[in-house]
Structures are given as structure tokens and as C-alpha cells.
Design a protein around this ligand. Structure first.
Ligand code: HEC
Ligand code: HEC
Ligand code: HEC
Length: 432
């Protein structure tokens, strides 16, 4: 969705639900009743351990840490169509962090998107998913965060345009789109499927990226997990649709991708998914990963809203493989660049040269004719969290022009995807 549409949508949201917001202001609960854990809540070290696990599964660190900064001190910028928002410090510093927050204030923030002083928080903080967390679990997260070293750090001030800098504009939106009650296990399903559902829908908030958004930036829950977009990257369809989703992936392939960041014949993960894997999913017990797979198998299969033609069967890759059109063809500009810049790590046969992580055969990114993720990987590079030479790919943004990267992308789509790529130099310019 274009930024303009998003902007217009946001204005529509303002006008449409501003009235509801104003009305709601008078009815919104202002007094905070005390919140306590149930009798099932663990105590002492067990509580902290549980909180640490939940904080990892919810990936709080990813958004509350600036590149190169200390964990949880905030300052990561979120570029919205109407300005930049910065994540706050959630270490227990009393002045600049959440050290002076009560349990009730914390639970209200995480589940309802309301700040300490009653102000409405922007949904870049995924409380639309965390609303499903149990009270016990949110309290356990706070108990863990309280054990971190307090760090005095004030992130930059938000830089948002009027009227979006007025926090109350979110109130109507929240009434419409934030779930009103926590997750309820489905008694007819196994414990594994219920645990998987809690991880996917609440903690790991997969739908915040993988569900398409409507004109008001709300998740279209009728198309849950059928593919979304964030900062130009496509978060692929992860429902069971065999053509555009993961219906044809084996359980082992999904588990390998989620826990290690790549699966043989499915390619590696990059972008925001790479980060979700490094900081969160790779640190979960194998049983959780298996439960996520079990739950994904129960999600209704839906085709994606974007077009992705599936892998052509029986492709054999070699340096002299026929390509789609003369300019993508053997000896063309794209192939020359691939030979000089990519082949040493990726090889011509799709199996990866020095590392199975560099195997591109079957990767969704090289089968998508728009090249959305492919172009971004070439521009930004990618690496797993071990940062070893065989697991890292450098950025090529400085090395090549838009025209060269477009030609390279179309060659890669042609060679490994067996399709005519549609990447233009303008697409590359926009992705920079
Ligand atoms: C996808 C990014 C993202 C994730 C994941 C995330 N947050 Fe945040 N969080 C934000 C942003 C952005 C804000 C600021 C919202 C605003 O200013 O309106 C925020 C605000 C908050 C606040 C309010 C703090 C204040 O000073 O007002 C708390 C508390 C918080 N987050 C805790 C958490 C916890 C706990 C987790 C994990 C369970 C978490 N966040 C996960 C992005 C995120
Ligand atoms: C912060 C955003 C974000 C979150 C949260 C997220 N994903 Fe992803 N996911 C992505 C992006 C972007 C890609 C594309 C990565 C690529 O092409 O390299 C992706 C790719 C995938 C793929 C590969 C699909 C394919 O066809 O290649 C799977 C499977 C997947 N995600 C599952 C999940 C699950 C399950 C969760 C929750 C446990 C999750 N993701 C959470 C953004 C996200
Ligand atoms: C120094 C080795 C190296 C070079 C050079 C390199 N790559 Fe990579 N590339 C990798 C590795 C390793 C990964 C997987 C990283 C990981 O495990 O997350 C990767 C991942 C990718 C992906 C997968 C992204 C996805 O979402 O599926 C694509 C596509 C890609 N590279 C294309 C290229 C192209 C095109 C070039 C040439 C401009 C190139 N690479 C050059 C090592 C390299």
C-alpha cells in the first residue's frame, strides 16, 4: 500500500472515528484498580525465569533497542508516513524508564496501549497482539524487566505531523481494533495447538507483519496471516495455501526456518524475520517451535493478496541455464554482475557455495517477480547473529547503480525462479 493511501486512510480514520473517540473519552476508565497475579503464578526465581522466557518470546528487545545501543533503553526510530516515532526506555530507571510504574499501569500499557499518565500509545507498539496476553504473563514480564540494570537514557523526541502528534486520535481506533479480552484456549484443540496459538497470535505477534492491513492500518483479521508488508518487505503468506503459502512445506522445513533462519530448499530469512529469529524464535525451546507449526497447520488456508507464482518444478540451475528474455540472458549485464559479486558465495546451482544458508533454490524472494525482498537484501545485505564470514552478506548499495541492481535482480529471478522478473530501476531507487 502506498504511503499516500496510508496517509489518506489515516485521515479518514481521524474523521470517521474521531467522534467515537471524543465520546469514549468521557467513558474511558480513569481509575486503575490494583492488579495481582493468580494463585498459579510462580514466585521468586521461577517468576523471573518465566518473565525472561516471555520477554524473549514477545521480542520486546527488538523494538526497544536502537542499532548499536544498549538493550531495552529504547530509541529505535519507526518511520511512519507522518513522521518518526521513537521507542521508549523500558529499563527500570525511575526517571527515564519504567522504574516508577505500578503493575496496573504496566498491564494497561501492554494490553491496552495506554501510557503511565493515561496517554494513548501508537500501535507501532503491538498491543493489538499483546492484548491477548494473560495478566499473569504481563506481570511476569514486568518482574523480569525490573531485574535489569536501570539505565538513564532519554530517546529522541517524536517528530510527528499534526494532527497525528495528538495522541487522542488513537482512541477511536483502539476501540475498534484492540481485542477486548485475553486469549482463551480452545478446549476442542490439543495443548500443543493452544500453546502454538498463544505464541503466534499473542507473544510472537506474527500477524503484525504477516496479516494484510486495511485503509485504517488495521489488520484485516478475515485474511489473517495471508501475507503483509512492512517497510517495503513482503512478509509472505504463512497460511496453508499450497501455491502462495506454506502448505507444501514439511513440518521440518518450517521448524528449521523458524529456529535456524533457513531451510534447505526454502532459502534463508532476511529483514525483520531474520531479527525475529535471532532475538526471539531461535531462543525458544524446540517444543514451542513444534507447537507453532502445529497451530499454523490449523489456520484457514488463504491465497495471498499479492501475486507470487510458485517455484517452477524441475528447474536445474547451471551457469548456462536459459533465461527469460535477451536482457536477462546468458552473458547479459545481470549475469555479469552475478558472476562477479554473488556467485562466489551463492554458486550457480542454487545450493550455496560455502554455507547451506546461502542456498537460494526455492527461496520465496527469488521466485517473486516484483523482487521486493530480493532488491532489499542486495541493498542492505544480511547476516545471522553469529556474524561469521560464511554467514554474512555485505550491502551492495554503494557498489551498483539502480539500473545495475534491477538487471541483477531480474537475472536472479530468471535464473533461480524460472520467471520473467519485473524489477525496474525506479523500484530500486524507491527501496534505497
Ligand atoms: C514492534 C515493536 C515493539 C515491540 C515488539 C514492543 N514494543 Fe514496547 N513500544 C514500542 C513503541 C514504538 C512504543 C512507543 C509508543 C508510543 O510512544 O506511543 C512502545 C511503548 C512501550 C511502553 C510504554 C512506555 C512509555 O514510556 O510510555 C511499554 C511499557 C512497552 N512498550 C513495553 C513493551 C514490552 C514489555 C514489550 C514486550 C512484551 C514490548 N514493549 C514490545 C514498540 C514495541
Ligand atoms: C517483524 C515482522 C515479522 C514477524 C513478527 C514475523 N515475521 Fe515471518 N517474515 C517476515 C518477513 C519480512 C519475511 C520475509 C523474509 C525473507 O523473505 O527473507 C518473513 C518470512 C517468514 C516465513 C517464510 C515464508 C516463505 O514463504 O518463505 C515464515 C514461515 C514465517 N515468516 C513465519 C513467521 C512466524 C510463524 C512468525 C511468528 C512466530 C513470524 N513469521 C513473525 C516478517 C515477520
Ligand atoms: C560473502 C558472501 C555473499 C555474497 C558476496 C552475497 N551473498 Fe547473498 N547471502 C549470503 C548469505 C550467507 C546469506 C544468508 C544469510 C543468513 O543466513 O541469514 C545470503 C542471503 C541472500 C538472499 C536470501 C534472501 C531471502 O530473503 O531469501 C538472496 C536473495 C541473496 N543473498 C542474493 C545475493 C545476490 C544477488 C548477491 C550478489 C549481489 C549476493 N547475495 C552476494 C552470502 C553472500
Amino acid at each position: 500500500m502506498s504511503r499516500l493511501k496510508l496517509y489518506l486512510g489515516a485521515i479518514a480514520c481521524l474523521i470517521g472515528v474521531g467522534a467515537i473517540g471524543a465520546a469514549a473519552f468521557f467513558f474511558w476508565p480513569h481509575r486503575l484498580p490494583e492488579v495481582t497475579g493468580s494463585e498459579k503464578q510462580p514466585h521468586g526465581a521461577a517468576l523471573i525465569e518465566r518473565g525472561k522466557y516471555l520477554t524473549t518470546a514477545a521480542d520486546c528487545e527488538a523494538c526497544h533497542t536502537a542499532p548499536g545501543g544498549k538493550a531495552f533503553v529504547g530509541g529505535l526510530g519507526f518511520k511512519l508516513p507522518f513522521g518518526t516515532l521513537y521507542s521508549p526506555n523500558i529499563t527500570p530507571d525511575a526517571e527515564t524508564g519504567i522504574g516508577s510504574w505500578s503493575d496496573a499501569e504496566f498491564v494497561r500499557a501492554v494490553r491496552s496501549g495506554v501510557g503511565k499518565h493515561g496517554e494513548d500509545l501508537y500501535p507501532a507498539f503491538p498491543y493489538t497482539s499483546y492484548a491477548l496476553l494473560s495478566t499473569d504473563d504481563v506481570l511476569a514480564i514486568k518482574a523480569y524487566l525490573d531485574t535489569l540494570a536501570p539505565v538513564s537514557h532519554r530517546p529522541p523526541e517524536n517528530d510527528l505531523m499534526f494532527p497525528f502528534n495528538q495522541r487522542y486520535v488513537m482512541r477511536g481506533w483502539k476501540l475498534l481494533f484492540v481485542p477486548g479480552s485475553p486469549f482463551h484456549p480452545d478446549e476442542t484443540k490439543s495443548e500443543a495447538v493452544n500453546n502454538g496459538a498463544y505464541l503466534v497470535e499473542a507473544l510472537a505477534h506474527c500477524g503484525e507483519c504477516h496479516t494484510p492491513r486495511g485503509i485504517m492500518f488495521q489488520r484485516k483479521q478475515g485474511q489473517a496471516l495471508s501475507g503483509g508488508e512492512l517497510e517495503g518487505w513482503t512478509a509472505w503468506n504463512i497460511t496453508g495455501d499450497p501455491k502462495t503459502g506454506i502448505g507444501n512445506w514439511t513440518d521440518d522445513e518450517i521448524a528449521s526456518y523458524l529456529s535456524k533462519g533457513f531451510a534447505h530448499g526454502r532459502g534463508p530469512a532476511a529483514g525483520a524475520m531474520r531479527q525475529a529469529i535471532d532475538l526471539s524464535l531461535s531462543r525458544l525451546p524446540a517444543s514451542d517451535i513444534n507447537d507453532i507449526v502445529s497451530y499454523l497447520r490449523t489456520v484457514p488456508s488463504l491465497p495471498s493478496s499479492y501475486e507470487v507464482k510458485s517455484q517452477s518444478a524441475g528447474l536445474v540451475f547451471s551457469k548456462s541455464s536459459k533465461a527469460w528474455s535477451p536482457e536477462h540472458n546468458v552473458g547479459g549485464l545481470g549475469q555479469q554482475i552475478f558472476e562477479g559479486a554473488c556467485a562466489s558465495c551463492h554458486g550457480w546451482d542454487g545450493n550455496g557455495q560455502n554455507s547451506p544458508r546461502a542456498a537460494l533454490a526455492g527461496s520465496h524472494s527469488v521466485n517473486d517477480v516484483t523482487g521486493s525482498n530480493l532488491v532489499r537484501v542486495i541493498l542492505q545485505g544480511t547476516a545471522d547473529d553469529r556474524g561469521t564470514a560464511t554467514s554474512a552478506m555485505p550491502s551492495f548499495a554503494e557498489a551498483y547503480s539502480d539500473t545495475e541492481i534491477a538487471a541483477l535482480s531480474n537475472y536472479v529471478i530468471s535464473h533461480f525462479g524460472g520467471k520473467r522478473g519485473e524489477v525496474t530501476p525506479d523500484d530500486v531507487g524507491r527501496a534505497r
